[in-house]
Design a protein around this ligand. Sequence first.
Ligand code: SF4
Length: 405
Amino acid sequence: MPDELHQPRYAESFRCIGPECEDSCCQGWAVCVDKATYKKYRATPSLRRLASRYIELNSRGRDNFKYARIKLDPNRTCPFLDPDQLCHIQKQHGADFLSKTCSRYPRALAQFNGRPLQALFLSCPEAARLVLLSPRLLSADDDRDFPLENSQTLAGLQPLSLQLRSFAVQLLQDRAYPLWQRLFVLGIVCRRIHELTASQQMNRVPQLIGQYAEMMAQGLLRPHLDGIPPRPGLQFDLVLGLIRRRLQIEQPEAGFAASVADFLVGIQHSPDTPPQESANHYHNAYTGYYQPFSQTHPGFLENYLINYLFRTRFPFADTVDCVEPAIDPLRSHLLMALHYRVLHSLLIGAAARYGNDFSSTHAVQTVQRFARSVEHNVGFLDELKTLAAAPDFRNTDGLALLLAN
Ligand code: SF4
């Protein structure tokens, strides 16, 4: 199986809708400028003055991709936008003058085992619709690239990262199980791999993956999974704490603040609400409002997670574009599970807030706002990474608290 086939097709079909777009990818965040583009701007007389005024070198550590960044104006808009909301740089100098970030967005391009990998940033509303509303995100051709049934026979032929990603992709698409159970089992497998790695028994990993694939296919884990109780009180507290932390780190986009308000109204939570009452509302919001939505849109969060796998190069732990770190399945999984937890809870709250009117339009908007304010916020992502490396969720109990509904 040639490596170049390990690439999902859906991202290739994205088309920017330009003036029809309800959002702007030039608003609300500091855009990175790669080193070659920065030097080109400095060397172009008509851009030199603007570049020194509006582009600053990256103080958070420089690599070629994130060498510098554009400073937003007081309205949190890109200063290179003209009054018609068109990019001055592109208009004057052509698309070749755009930075890698600007020319690629919303495509998330990365290297995976030395091969290019493409996914989409769901902060773009059109990309969010394309991904979240697909009945099945991966095509039949994609499925042939992630052959779970061959994971044992391919052992030794494929790097561990590919074996584990094939397993994860297949597992997350197995609709015989609720999505949270698929994510839970993936967490258990990642934790076992973590233990095998620590005890220098990596040669047992293919067998482990094959065993879990078999157990899931035969339904052997179902009694155990169905017996895991949800803990809505602890889960709600956790989510509330994470959302508060995000709001403290930096003022979020107005859209995300509105989604948080919807969440709190939907759960009927205020600072005076007794904890047990909030827990009950949260649980009832899930069963009464979100569950019916997820039953009619079974691919919605499943697609989010599959795109997440590709976008972040699971099972590599970092999302840095240029450097390929060592794989870290457990940390990588927990980071994904934390994203899932916050987003899923926001959707639960939104579903309760809008009741019978809750639609896929509300749901896509919640994801898009989350992606803008969480997935692109470096400070908050750093905190999630630290949490994913801490012992809190590195056991069955912690995973269940995070995922079970
Ligand atoms: S957010 Fe997406 S659809 Fe909208 S202008 Fe940017 S790339 Fe195009």
